[in-house]
Design a protein around this ligand. Structure first.
Ligand code: C2E
Ligand code: MG
Ligand code: MG
Length: 718
């Protein structure tokens, strides 16, 4: 029996009739079955577990426990739930036959039994049972697999519109198996309201022109939890090539989506502010630009940098700095978006993107604007909102933004270009005084390029010997002697020609180059002055302009001392001109540095006095020797009462503090007369002399200074 695998099946005959049991033994053993017997139901139930039959022949009429009862009991046990049972009934006993099926028999055979036929019957029953078992098993595995994969499937009969759902699909849809008809409408009723239309459209399309396709959407799963699912469908054709079924699978990808979102968030969002980062910003900008290029749209990129953010970090610590960056982010959002959009996980395409580039730099992309004016309105809102004080850990923190704007198409058509130009405009806003916005234009680019050119040329200026000094004489009004001179730097470049100091000094200050240049100026001036003194000329001082950047360096006093030492110039012969603004910025440090310098023995003067913020009374704290009244006040003294009054007040106050006063930019005899009359100590200006190159200055000294015998010789030879 069972030719395929030679398995010997166990058959159990339960019958009170000895003859039947004996015949069963004989016929069925011959057939290869292993036969066991029981004389009634009770005995059968007692021994069946030790036998484990593959198939059972069960008589109906038996003492103790009849066949029907036995069958019922067998079927209640999991082990025999699907074991094939052949019920042996009387001929034409249709009632018994009916009953046999009701109690769970697989088949029936009527007595008297035809043993030859019966053995075939048994064989087919076994085969059928095996197939059913296998089907059951694979169905079981399928259900398990679908459950594990969080996947359900359906089949849609395109002619009837009827659908079949798999068991797990019910679970995914959050509906009971017998509660709702398995139709497409039932499936649709579980779809998230915002996705219903697209799912309906998808299935309609598939019915019209069937082909493999898929769709991602959300499902409201019974208890209102939202699932992300992906559906895939595939048509099935009949032999004529007509579509008969659509097969679909629905897979729950909620967890996967969550993980993807998390990875996406980590990769494309800034962890401190939860704003999109540079990468996301650039890819959004690319997308928006492509769209704008196609539709002749306008796009604005705003580049924002906080003013003096470093100061916040230095003063309050990084923790407060971080919180400030977070608060700034929220204020940016409020400045840009009229309605507060809830924070989305995956970046929904939006008209505005606010990103943190890093540090205290942010960028904003505006794509629903029509012109520069609208972008400027946003920028102006940002200035307003960000400049209000921030309360952080009981500190009142202040900052302000500088904003640069670049627009497509005016300022570029690629993300890089727009970012570069917005950055440039921001940089111009910083230079323009901070806390303001500027929109990029062509002149701005040219200006920046020009500055860039100047900067790069200036870097090699010392080495190429392009720098030299001019000297402008200063006259003592009480005795008429030329006893001082101001050192003024000149730059002559092969390509750029003579570049005036008001152009290149700010550039050198911006790049920090002024530190090296300033050192060169001081050293050169000290050596040249020392040479003149050695040559016998008499003057009391040479005045060198000092940039804030030089002054703020901790080693500045040491540098001054060492230059004086190496050049051999007396400290008292060197004057350092510092600007008034320096005193207003960093009082404590300034006082200390000034004291150190004073201790070295140099003279100190305040340049351009009257244009800065310091008050005269403040000056008494500083060890200053001289005030240089700014040219702008001198210009009007001979005819403008106010200027004259200011100058008089400065002179009077300075005298009371025992400071010398020098008037700068004296151009006329009237100005000179007025200053003399009002007891100004010293003057400097074109009326006396323009700044002179070294050799001309030597000549000037020969003709104007009181001199030693040495210099008289020089004068003779001149
Ligand atoms: P400053 O220190 O106030 O120098 C005086 C400026 O006024 C000089 O301009 C000088 O040529 C000009 N001036 C003098 N008398 C008159 C006059 O009667 N009429 C008019 N219209 N101008 C007069 P300059 O040489 O162009 O220098 C400009 C500024 O550049 C200086 O102003 C100073 O702040 C800066 N500077 C020059 N050399 C140096 C330097 O070596 N180091 C630093 N840090 N700054 C320097
Ligand atoms: Mg000066
Ligand atoms: Mg000056």
């Amino acid at each position: 029996m069972n030719e395929e695998n030679n398995k010997r099946y166990k058959v159990m005959i339960i019958d009170d009739n000895d003859t039947i049991r004996m015949l069963a033994q004989e016929f069925l053993s011959q057939e290869g079955f292993i036969v066991s017997e029981a004389v009634n139901g009770l005995q059968a139930l007692e021994i069946i577990d030790s036998i484990g039959p593959d198939i059972i022949l069960l008589d109906v009429e038996m003492p103790e426990l009849n066949g029907f009862e036995t069958c019922i009991r067998l079927r209640t046990s999991v082990q025999y739930r699907s074991t094939p049972i052949l019920m042996l009934t009387g001929l034409d006993d249709s009632q018994s036959i009916d009953r046999a099926f009701t109690v769970g028999a697989t088949e029936f055979a009527t007595k008297p039994l035809n043993w030859t036929l019966l053995r075939h019957r048994l064989r087919y029953m076994l085969r059928a049972s095996e197939t059913i078992n296998q089907l059951g098993e694979s169905q079981h595995s399928l259900v398990a697999a679908q459950r594990i994969a969080q996947m359900g499937n359906w089949r849609l009969d395109v002619t009837t519109g009827l659908m079949e759902y798999s068991e797990h699909l019910y679970t995914l849809l959050g509906i009971q198996v017998d509660q709702s008809p398995s139709t497409f409408d039932t499936l649709l009723s579980s779809v998230h309201s915002e996705d219903k239309d697209s799912v309906q459209l998808w299935i309609d399309e598939a019915r019209k022109s069937p082909q493999e396709s898929n769709i991602d959407h959300r499902i409201i799963n019974g208890d209102s939890s939202v699932l992300n699912v992906t559906q895939q469908l595939e048509p099935e054709y009949d032999s004529n090539g007509e579509v008969i079924f659509l097969h679909g699978i629905v897979q729950d990808v909620t967890e996967r989506r969550k993980a993807e979102d998390k990875i996406f968030h980590l990769a494309y969002y800034d962890s401190l502010t939860d704003l999109p980062n540079r990468e996301l910003f650039k890819s959004e900008l690319d997308r928006v630009l492509a769209n704008a290029i196609e539709n002749a749209g306008v796009v604005a990129v705003l580049f924002i940098d906080l003013d003096d953010f470093k100061k916040v970090n230095d003063t309050f610590g990084h923790c407060v700095g971080d919180q400030l960056l977070q608060k700034v982010s929220r204020r940016l959002e409020n400045s840009v978006r009229r309605i507060d959009a809830p924070h989305c996980k995956r970046y929904d395409t939006q008209d505005e993107v606010i990103a943190r580039m890093g540090g205290d730099e942010y960028t904003i992309l505006l794509s629903s604007i029509n012109n520069a004016k609208e972008a400027e309105q946003v920028a102006s809102r940002i200035l307003q909102n960000l400049s209000k004080p921030y309360k952080i850990d009981s500190n009142d923190v202040f900052t302000s933004p500088s904003v640069g704007i670049a627009l497509y198409p005016d300022s570029g058509d690629t993300a890089d270009e727009l970012l570069k130009n917005a950055d440039m405009a921001m940089y111009c806003a910083k230079r323009g005084g901070k806390n303001l916005y500027m929109t990029h234009d062509r002149e701005m680019s040219e200006e920046v390029q020009r500055r860039h050119k100047l900067d790069s040329q200036l870097r090699g200026a010392i080495d190429r010997g392009e720098l030299h000094l001019h000297y402008q004489p200063q006259q003592n009004l009480s005795n008429g002697l030329m006893d001082g001179m101001e050192v003024l730097l000149r730059w002559n470049n092969v390509e750029l020609g003579n570049v005036p100091p008001f152009v290149f000094i700010p550039i050198a200050e911006e790049s920090g180059l002024i530190v090296a240049i300033g050192e060169w100026v001081m050293r050169t001036a000290c050596y040249e002055a020392k040479q003149w003194l050695n040559d016998g000329f008499i003057f009391s001082r040479v005045a060198v302009n000092i940039s804030v950047l030089q002054f703020l360096r901790p080693d500045f006093p040491d540098l001054v001392a060492s230059i004086l030492e190496e050049s051999g110039l007396e400290p008292n012969s060197l004057e350092l001109e510092i600007t008034e603004s320096l005193l207003a910025v960093d009082t404590e440090h300034a006082v200390q540095t000034l004291r150190k310098l004073k201790a070295i023995g140099v003279q100190l003067s305040i340049d351009d006095f009257g244009t800065g913020y310091s008050s005269l009374s403040q000056l008494k704290n500083y060890p200053i020797d001289r005030l240089k009244i700014d040219k702008s006040f001198i210009d009007g003294i001979a005819f403008n009462v106010e200027d004259a009054a200011i100058v008089n007040a400065i002179i009077a106050m300075a005298k009371s503090m025992k400071l010398k006063v020098l008037a700068e930019g004296v151009e006329t005899v009237e100005q000179l007369g007025y200053l003399k009359e009002n007891h100004c100590d010293e003057v400097q200006g074109f009326f006396l002399s323009h700044p002179l190159p070294k050799d001309d200055m030597r000549h000037f000294l020969i003709t104007h200074s009181i001199s030693t015998d040495n210099s008289k010789d020089q004068r003779k030879s001149a």
